[in-house]
Ligand binder design. Structure first.
Ligand SMILES: NC(=O)c1ccc[n+]([C@@H]2O[C@H](COP(=O)([O-])OP(=O)(O)OC[C@H]3O[C@@H](n4cnc5c(N)ncnc54)[C@H](OP(=O)(O)O)[C@@H]3O)[C@@H](O)[C@H]2O)c1
Length: 322
């Protein structure tokens, strides 16, 4: 079968022919993939910026395809366990160290396979799993977002943040966003953002404070900009932190956090319940994830390049079969 094989750190995957996988454990099934989607994780792995990298590897956490002639999506959160609060030690993300979705077929445990909401195309369905799960848990399970609350989402061009904006908009939150691109800020307004501020503007935090204090802030950047987020949060508010694109936070003032009684909550992907709830939510509100662009398997280089420079607004999708 055709697969996008990652063979060497520092290089993007290439299109190769590999042996078809066969079920070897009870409960495993074959899904014939129609589309896969990229996450920053896939790019980080190609750059050696991920623990436990193994090669050769079929990357890809997001996939949609056919099982028993029905369109299904795959839950990429493997071995979460029974505790809804936190994943168990053996938790893994599909696509390293287990072969992922950037191939014509995948063998996967049947409990990871869910029918796709019927209003979605295969490409849209592939754009949902990892980003949708992460956004849903960070916003609702951890962030407890409610109608009418003020929400800030940083780095709106990202896969998780763009779907988080769509989720938050349908529950009636008042939303401000940041981005390094004015064009992405304009796009975000079409999806419900009331205010967009460019984080390269020195006055970005002051401009956001004009929106009011935030009940919830969703951040995946971290870095030294994070210290401004604790100032922007409402007393008693929550910051859901699910990524660290900008690295360590070296300038955080403890006083602001304890005086304002803030909840800073880490959030990673989600439990099996979060995944099922997220799919029901997408179905109930007929949400269609924003797709930046669909690439062919042959154009995999271009897809990874786009992720490398954060050109995208929404998800980067790879079409695997018609
Ligand atoms: N914990 C989890 O379960 C989980 C799950 C998924 C992702 N993540 C992490 O979350 C982050 C985003 O992942 P993704 O797949 O959504 O990535 P992505 O699609 O590549 O988005 C990354 C975004 O980061 C934004 N960014 C860059 N510098 C920023 C800054 N100074 N302030 C605010 N935003 C900034 C950019 O937004 P603009 O383009 O708008 O400037 C960029 O689009 C990554 O660090 C990833 O590892 C964690």
């Amino acid at each position: 079968m055709k697969a996008l094989l990652f063979q060497e750190v520092g290089k993007f995957p290439t299109l190769q022919t590999v042996e078809k996988p066969k079920p070897s454990q009870p409960g495993e099934v074959v899904v014939k993939l129609k589309a896969a989607a990229l996450n920053r994780r896939d790019y980080f792995i190609t750059q050696g910026l991920y623990p436990g990298i193994r090669t050769p590897m079929i990357l890809g956490s997001d996939g949609a395809g056919l099982h028993n002639d029905r369109l299904v999506v795959i839950n990429p959160a493997l071995y979460w366990g029974h505790d809804l609060r936190v994943q168990q030690k053996s938790f893994e993300v599909l696509g390293m160290p287990t072969y992922g979705t950037m191939a014509e077929e995948i063998v996967i445990s049947s409990d990871r396979v869910h029918y796709a909401p019927e209003h979605l195309t295969a490409e849209e369905a592939a754009a949902i799993p990892l980003a949708g799960l992460t956004a849903y848990r960070a916003l609702f399970t951890r962030g407890k977002l409610k109608e009418g609350q003020k929400l800030l989402i940083t780095g709106i061009g990202g896969g998780v943040s763009s779907i988080a904006l769509q989720f938050a908009n349908v529950v009636g939150a008042k939303i401000a966003v940041t981005s390094g691109s004015d064009q992405k800020l304009d796009q975000a307004k079409e999806y419900g953002a009331g205010l967009g501020v460019n984080y390269t503007d020195e006055e970005w935090a002051a401009k956001l404070s004009a929106f009011g204090e935030f009940d919830l802030i969703l951040d995946s950047a971290g870095g030294d900009g994070f210290s401004q987020l604790v100032k922007l949060a409402k007393p008693g508010g929550t910051i859901s932190l699910y990524g660290g694109t900008r690295g360590k936070i070296s300038n955080l003032s403890p006083q602001v956090i304890f005086w304002k009684q803030l909840d800073i909550k880490g959030s990673t992907m989600g439990s099996d319940k979060d995944f099922a709830d997220m799919l029901s939510f997408v179905d109930a509100h007929k949400i269609r994830p924003v797709i930046d662009r669909i690439y062919s398997m042959e154009a995999v280089d271009e897809a990874f390049e786009s992720m490398a420079v954060s050109r995208q607004y929404g998800k980067i999708v790879i079409r695997i079969s018609e």
